[in-house]
Design a binder for this molecule. Sequence first.
Ligand code: F6R
Length: 609
Amino acid sequence: MCGIVGYIGDKESQQVLLSGLKRLEYRGYDSAGIVTLGASGEPTSLREKGKVAELEKKILNHKKDDEVGIGHTRWATHGAPSKRNAHPHNVGDIYLVHNGIIENYQDLKTELTKYDYDFKSETDTEVLTALVDYIYKKDGTSLVSAVSQALKMVVGAYGIAVLSVKNPSEIVVARKGSPLIVGLGDDEVFVASDASALVGHTDQVIYMRDGEIGVCTREGVQLYDIEANEINASVEKLELDLQSIQKKGYDHFLLKEIYEQPESLNSTLLGRVSADPLRARLGGLNMSDNEIRKVEHVMVIGCGTAYYAGLEAGYFIEQFLDGVTFSSQIASELRYRSFTVPKNTVALIVSQSGETADTLACLQELKRRGVKCLGVVNAVGSTIAREVDGGVYVHVGAEISVASTKAFTSQVAAITIFGLMLAQAKGVGQMQLRSYIHELEALPSEIEKVLKKHDKEVQKIAKAYAHYEHALYIGRDALYPIALEGALKLKEVSYVHAEGYAAGELKHGPIALIDDRFFEVCYIQDNWLYEKSQSNLIEMNARGAHAIAITNTSKRIAAEKVIRVNTKLELFTPLVFNVISQLLAYYVAVARGNDVDQPRNLAKSVTVE
Ligand code: F6R
């Protein structure tokens, strides 16, 4: 999704902005631009459609040693991806970059045209820029006051950075619903919508809150509320290092992140579970033992992969926890439903980025209703992490590739630990819990073993199946969410049309699809459902299927290709199978020559609905 960077200091701002924009590339974008101001305010504005590399070429031809500037990567919402619609937008004295959506921009536009403003782009951002310019000139006021007045007239979400050619010694920033971080250096200040752009520059950061406006100068930042009252900022340490945002010799971040899972999962588990003495404990929930004992319903909320993580954990938890109902909800649906929350409900708000707009909206609605909301978040300091009543960080480190992999595995683990905590508090038998914790502790090394053993095999199969245009993923029980997640991974990165189904649903519709344009991925666990899953395969074979089975059984499997995974796990076997489908999606995408880390049309952090 869109990215913002800003800089004021004594370095060449073009280069600082450019390196920041490169760091934000992983978020997804379709155009990019920067504007810098010379010592007396003369602007150099450069914008390009396409990759940051295109903008970089342009910067090379228009080099300036300006020491203040703002930049942007745009992911089109209003108006097509084009140079004209790219940010920064300029109207009169004002240059502005914006993440988010101004919902009432049409009304504002109509008003502004009465004052001779005409618009070159189709964007809501240009309208906001004109509004700031109008107030700035009309009232002859300071930039911060003009921005504050303009924002009071705006309905929508924004993170913005604003420059005035009249005053090249400040950048005004503001946020509501779209993240913005200010980084403090020595006589220099950085602005970014994503912490990765600040790494290497400073580790002293201020996470702006909704409704705050800041004036950044070389000396630091002064924050104000929307009424322009001064407020104190709290400076925090940025917990992200350069190592974690580099590829470390892998061809793509996606492959690196798939391979990081043993380590990232260990970080999720660290200090939280122990089989002997028996312990499942998540610090930071801000819930007393008594409150935990009282929980009768757990509502897990997320989007995409985070939603599937909730579904998957639900299957695990119901194996050992009676008397607590568990539901997993798609945030974009839940927020517009007239739903009832049962008493003694805890909501788990699951998000890698901690910024997903729909998930955040659900959190806000549930809090309004007085529901206890706990975060299962990766990005430290993100909006969801700050707004929940308590919660747990999954600690997987930076996830750069747009397709989520290591976050999924750890989200499932963290939610399951929450289930284990409830089970312990409610007196579930120690023997049973101990065996699950043993499995959880063994999971990282099982994943490591499987990655090592099956990488080449999956790569070969992926090459052979990469020409198919359709895929059907099926699984039963806890393998059903894995089928959904497997299909999502494949479609995201390979652009192969893929659907995930509960295998028992085959005869109720999807079996009609099977023909020579399809391949099928069937997850089969060696348990009470083996026979049923085998029957599904036989039914599909009778219709000409090209099935790939992922299984841990040594029994006969009627598939074209069989990936036999040897694991000592039972409950968590689906998470091991999932690693195979992550590899499959990756290698199919590579075989098809796709941009694996930045798939078309997708953004890493979906901060608008
Ligand atoms: C899939 C994927 C998305 C995200 C979803 C939620 O690979 O990455 O489906 O899982 O957009 O994102 P977060 O977890 O940041 O809320």
